[in-house]
Write a protein that binds this ligand. Structure first.
Ligand SMILES: Cc1cc2nc3c(=O)[nH]c(=O)nc-3n(C[C@H](O)[C@H](O)[C@H](O)COP(=O)(O)OP(=O)(O)OC[C@H]3O[C@@H](n4cnc5c(N)ncnc54)[C@H](O)[C@@H]3O)c2cc1C
Length: 419
């Protein structure tokens, strides 16, 4: 009986990070068990906006390029070569520029991106309206990113789980991991609500729950749960064709309040915060510091937008005032959406690290333990390659050089004994 619950690698968490790791480990021929307490894609990985891709590989790819451009290729493979319909579509992204100051800032970034070999263009509003007819005439312009796209987050995450299972991985839902213990030989044992599981290697891919799950091991994994919330209109005929965003938040964060501007990724290349807040939040306490925006139209015709990022513990309740601010912001970019009623709202929890960098690799202090978390507000679009890099590391024993900046040893510590 016990041997049925034994594997080479035990993964905790059935979000995009866990299932992508399981899929790539199974491709390497590893015997994998994945334990998820709810459903696959039941948390952030199933409720996000589905935005993916970035600026391409560039001349000298760093971790951010690997995660965004590499994941973009993996999503494509899943849809185009493996036959999973994940609603992958890559029409490119448009980032609205609202003011003359933002225009100067975005122009400098585009020049920098291009000299580094990344793909971004500055468009006048007229040029943007030729490819996105509902875009506002009143804006200063747009940045166009050809390598942006979207996929259905639930379908894509479930597809990775199914692809892993098709290669022999044992993907178990409804298994809440309640205790983790290391045996004398270095192997691991997980106790769930429904049984006991053993493996040589343990992977934590528990997103916003990294801190409590780390606590089961006596480890402090410094991840803050950050609430992200969204709203949708009812289905309408196709009218928004790109992944839509705004430069307002990046411009604000570039002013030194939490991070530096986007250099190579979908969103940003944050600098460490000096206080106890993760970088790139829209709120400090109850005070709004900036407006952030992402969204577009999904295949079922709904127009979806979101943007707020605030600390609220493990509270998922959408905040109506924040939704209204976000809707106003979206209507400044696509006036049509201001005339459509909101049909539903929802929220989820994103795993933010304190220095804004992902945490991917071998954990310090305990043997045979790996961690994949901290993908923050762009973990859907970066998770597939993060899972591949981690799977390759576990299988070969060697980390890819680009993982150096994501090394868990920089931030994971032992929880001090209270005795
Ligand atoms: C509203 C919103 C919009 C977003 N939009 C985008 C976007 O457009 N593009 C993008 O790239 N990213 C986006 N994100 C961010 C993205 O969703 C996350 O970064 C990503 O899903 C994190 O994946 P994960 O696997 O680390 O975590 P999760 O998806 O949260 O998965 C972790 C899993 O671990 C499980 N778990 C926790 N504890 C236990 C336990 N004890 N036992 C068993 N299982 C456990 C949980 O149930 C959960 O399913 C958005 C997020 C939100 C909330």
């Amino acid at each position: 009986m016990a041997s049925a619950n034994e594997s080479d690698v035990l993964i905790i968490g059935g979000g995009i990070c866990g299932v992508a790791t399981a899929f790539h480990l199974a491709q390497h021929g590893e015997r994998v068990t994945l334990l998820e307490r709810g459903e696959i894609a039941g948390e952030a990985s199933g409720v996000n906006a589905g935005g993916l891709g970035g600026l391409g590989w560039g001349h000298n790819p760093d971790l951010q390029s690997y995660l965004t451009a590499g994941s973009f290729e993996i999503f494509k493979t899943l849809q185009l070569d493996m036959g999973y319909d994940i609603e992958f579509h890559a029409p490119g992204g448009l980032q609205a520029v609202h003011t003359a100051q933002q225009w100067d800032y975005v122009r400098d970034r585009v020049l920098e991106f291009k000299s580094d070999g990344y793909s971004a263009e500055l468009l006048t509003t007229r040029e943007a309206r030729a490819i996105e007819p509902e875009a506002s005439e009143s804006l200063a312009g747009f940045m166009f990113m050809a390598n942006r796209g979207r996929a259905n987050p639930t379908k894509a995450t479930v597809a990775f789980g199914d692809a892993a299972a098709a290669l022999g991985a044992d993907v178990k839902t409804g298994h809440d991991v309640q205790a983790l213990t290391q045996q004398q030989d270095g192997s691991w044992q997980a106790q769930t609500s429904r049984g006991e599981f053993r493996a040589n290697t343990l992977v934590l891919a528990v997103g916003a729950w990294s801190s409590p799950v780390g606590g089961l091991l006596g480890l402090r994994i410094p991840i803050a749960p950050v609430k992200g919330q969204m709203w949708a209109t009812g289905p309408v005929p196709p009218c928004i064709f790109h992944v839509i965003g705004s430069a307002e938040s990046a411009f604000h964060w570039s002013s030194g309040q939490g991070s530096t501007p986007t250099r190579r990724g979908m969103e940003s290349d944050p600098q460490p915060q000096t206080d106890d807040l993760p970088p790139e939040l829209t709120h400090h306490g109850d005070t709004r510091v900036t407006r952030h925006l992402y969204g577009g139209q999904t295949r079922n015709g709904e127009i979806i937008f979101g943007g707020d990022r605030r600390l609220a513990g493990y509270d998922y309740t959408p905040d109506a005032q924040g939704i209204e601010v976000n809707r106003g912001h979206a209507a400044e970019v696509i006036p049509l959406v201001g005339r459509l009623p909101i049909s539903r709202t929802w929220a989820g929890l994103m795993p933010f690290s304190m220095d804004g960098k992902p945490i991917i690799g071998k954990a310090p202090h305990l043997e045979n333990l790996f961690v994949l978390t901290g993908l923050a507000s762009s973990g859907f679009g970066r998770g597939p390659m993060a899972g591949k890099l981690l799977a390759d590391y576990i299988h070969t024993g060697l980390p890819a050089p680009v993982l150096a900046e994501a090394d868990p040893a920089r931030c994971i510590t032992l929880i001090e004994s209270r005795d």
